[in-house]
Design a protein around this ligand. Structure first.
Ligand code: SAM
Length: 285
């Protein structure tokens, strides 16, 4: 194996390795190491601090679910959305498919991620082209405190804890998100993999369960995240988050490659060990 032409996300004792053609971007920002590669078979690859954030091959799965699970779980038709993190623009692109949204705010801590995505990841950064999108640069855990009662859906598309994403995995942040919602609003947070980071997945499930009447962990199949699965944790005070309230019209459903009302419901059906894990450690209802 030509070591020079492969990049790896290395976890404890094992890794995920991708063959690359060339490196397009290698920046050390104030917050993290930003790398973008053109790969042999998976299109573009974005890594932050050595962790895979997306590939062109399967980013649609994660971004469609992160945007549409809260959009369709919301008891009223959402008009105001907030994305925290998500600098690559993929969640914005998916939210942009909904004409019902009047405003789409994003709070990303690292302007360099946005700049790099706009230069090298046109397939996701096209999300910024929507005139409803307003960009705020800053820490999402501070931004949220300044916007009580403002949002129908809040989507947290963050990096893992340990870096700038750390405050987004704390109990206070969940309390502040609840205050930032309109009545009946929905939160959706990147909830890690129950195989790779079970303690963090449990922590997220626990906080969502503590602050919201209905909450749950939806699994998303994403082959280029280590273990192939990642979670999206939903929380709301109205209705059941696992039940879609509305459905995409035929035209929109044709554009979607992963999300459907059936997938929405089934994403909350977890393997037995994960269900046990969350009921023991996550206070899941
Ligand atoms: N889907 C990805 C994943 O989980 O692998 C996450 C992608 S997105 C690029 C993550 C973004 O969250 C990064 O651009 C990072 O700068 C941003 N971020 C991390 N901590 C943040 C914070 N406290 N406030 C706002 N944005 C933050």
């Amino acid at each position: 194996m030509d070591a020079q032409r492969w990049v790896s996300e290395v976890n404890e004792g094992w890794g995920l390795t991708v063959k690359v053609k060339k490196q397009l971007c290698d920046i050390r920002s104030q917050y993290q190491h930003i790398e973008i590669f053109e790969t042999e078979n998976l299109g573009h690859l974005l890594m932050l601090d050595g962790i895979v954030q997306l590939t062109s091959y399967d980013e649609f799965a994660y971004h469609e679910m992160m945007a549409n699970l809260p959009f369709y779980a919301c008891s009223h038709v959402p008009e105001r959305a907030l994305v925290i993190g998500g600098g690559d623009g993929g969640v914005l692109r998916e939210l942009g498919r909904h004409p019902e949204l009047r405003t789409i705010d994003i709070c990303e801590i690292d302007a360099e991620v946005i700049r790099a995505a706009q230069k090298f990841l046109p397939e996701t950064s096209c999300g910024y082209d929507d005139p409803r999108v307003k960009v705020n640069i800053g820490d999402g855990s501070c931004f949220i405190k300044e916007h009580p009662g403002c949002y129908d859906i809040i989507i947290v598309d963050s990096t893992d804890p340990g870096g700038p994403g750390e405050p987004l995995f704390g109990e206070n942040f969940y309390r502040d998100m609840k205050k930032a919602l309109t009545p009946g609003g929905v939160i959706a947070t990147q909830a890690e993999s129950y195989y790779l980071l079970p303690e963090i997945a449990c922590r997220v499930v626990k906080f969502a369960g503590r602050f919201f009447k209905s909450s749950g962990f939806a699994q998303i199949n994403v082959p280029t995240y280590p273990t192939g699965v990642i979670g999206c944790c939903l929380g709301s005070d109205e209705g059941e988050v696992f039940l879609p309230r509305r459905m995409p019209d035929a035209e929109l459903q044709k554009q979607l490659r992963y999300y459907s009302p059936e997938v929405h419901r089934s994403a909350f059906e977890l393997p037995v060990f994960a269900r046990r894990l969350f009921s023991k450690n996550g206070d899941e209802k």
